[in-house]
Design a protein around this ligand. Structure first.
Ligand code: PMP
Length: 393
């Protein structure tokens, strides 16, 4: 690389170091499930139900690999649509109670596809201020105007929709938020959208498998199948696989097949991933106790750490500063417990935090022991921790 680019990269790296925002993609998990070395206790991943290693899920992936090969080999519109994609879409409809489904290669692509295809000429997009980056990116790619409304603030949404009377508006929110773990007031949001003829897109990335006996928050609230609600899910969290799905009325599905660029110009989801996710969706539907178990573990984490219980699997412990958050996460890792460490710019409110994720397949004893360790190591560096917190360590 030439000197100019070396200098520029070094300058960017120095800025990250100064701000404490360097991100790491370290290998933290071993390849083999029965590994000879003990794996760290994972309270950081999004494998909320432990299904990524469930034998029914892995078995379905193996079978699809043998039947259809390693890749989908083309876009879904060329030769990339396989029976496993249809099975997956049917399984997701059964799980969520939605009328039709379209699978994408990731949840990210599903959100890009939904927002770009549903907006278009003359439309505007309003995003909850804490909405995931993929929803923001979808709004950007729509090439139309977009704005945010205050997080979970129905009155602000109402005001902003009133100011856009006459425009076709798409409102995008998450059902359970990915970093703070709080839930959206979906019924009130939908009522408000309806008053202004707006369409509501709900990203259930953190709701599916966890809320509503695993069927998601939209289903729990009786909103599945409503004609003006479009749901997106990722298959890479509670369903333990990869991929994303948009769930909506059949007319919306046809519209996406014809206009969503992240569907049309992307290779179909790999057969093994599609089959794994379909099997996982059936497991979740058949066994609601999985969702109950992950929520019970989440309650253990929040009560042990003395934090407000969140709505789903993710519990969030606010820290005083980014460096302290990293130091505590590294010390936890050294002691065999993995937690997420989220810092600006990956946090919506600028507050660095440890993100502690419950997992249904862990034992009660392991969750309690790990939560106690997190509480002890984080005590001195929590947001607002004073001398009393230090004494408690
Ligand atoms: N939406 C939300 C709320 C997410 O948290 C994520 C994953 N971080 C995505 C979408 C993207 O899903 P995927 O990882 O399948 O691309």
């Amino acid at each position: 690389m030439s000197g100019v680019w070396d200098d520029w990269l070094a300058e960017r790296a120095a800025l990250r170091a100064e701000r404490g925002t360097e991100r790491f993609d370290a290998v933290l998990r071993l390849a083999h499930p029965e590994g000879r070395l003990r794996e760290p206790l994972d309270l950081a991943s999004n494998d909320y139900l432990g299904l990524s290693r469930d034998e029914r899920v892995v078995g379905a992936a193996h079978a699809a690999l043998d039947r259809f090969g390693a890749g989908a080999t083309a876009s879904r519109l060329v030769t990339g649509t396989l029976p496993v994609h249809r099975d997956l879409e049917a399984a997701l409809c059964r799980l969520t109670g939605q009328p039709s489904a379209l699978a994408f290669s990731t949840g990210y692509a599903a959100n890009l596809g939904a927002l770009t295809a549903l907006s278009g000429r003359g439309a505007e997009i309003l995003l909850d201020a804490h909405a995931h980056a993929s929803l923001h990116d979808g709004a950007r790619l729509s090439r139309g105007p977009y704005a945010t409304f205050a997080h979970n603030d129905v009155d602000d949404l109402d005001r902003q929709l009133a100011a856009r009377e006459g425009s076709r508006v798409v409102v995008a929110v998450e059902s359970i938020y990915s970093v703070l773990g709080d839930r959206a007031p979906l019924r009130d949001l939908l009522r408000t959208c309806r008053r202004h003829d707006a369409l509501l897109v709900v990203d259930e990335a953190h709701g599916i498998g966890v809320a509503g006996a695993g069927r998601g928050l939209v289903h729990e609230l009786g909103l599945a199948g409503e004609p003006d609600v479009v749901v997106t899910v990722t298959l890479s969290k509670a369903l333990g696989s990869q991929g994303g799905v948009v769930l909506a009325p059949a007319a919306v599905r046809s519209h996406l097949v014809n206009t969503a660029r992240s569907f049309i110009f992307d290779t179909g989801l790999a057969p093994a991933a599609a089959a794994a996710a379909a099997a996982a969706a059936d497991v979740v539907l058949a066994d609601p106790s999985l969702a109950e178990r992950v929520r019970a573990h989440a309650r253990t984490i929040s009560s042990t750490c003395g934090i407000e219980p969140a709505a789903g699997a993710v519990q969030s412990l606010p820290m005083a500063d980014p460096a302290a958050a990293v130091a505590v996460a590294l010390e936890l890792r050294r002691r065999g417990v993995l937690v997420g460490c989220f810092r600006p710019p990956s946090v919506p409110d600028g507050v660095p935090r440890l993100r502690i994720t419950a997992r249904a397949d862990l034992s009660d004893a392991d969750v309690l022991e790990a939560s106690r360790l997190v509480a002890r190591l984080a005590a001195a560096d929590r947001l607002g921790a004073g001398p009393r917190a230090l004494e408690a360590v």
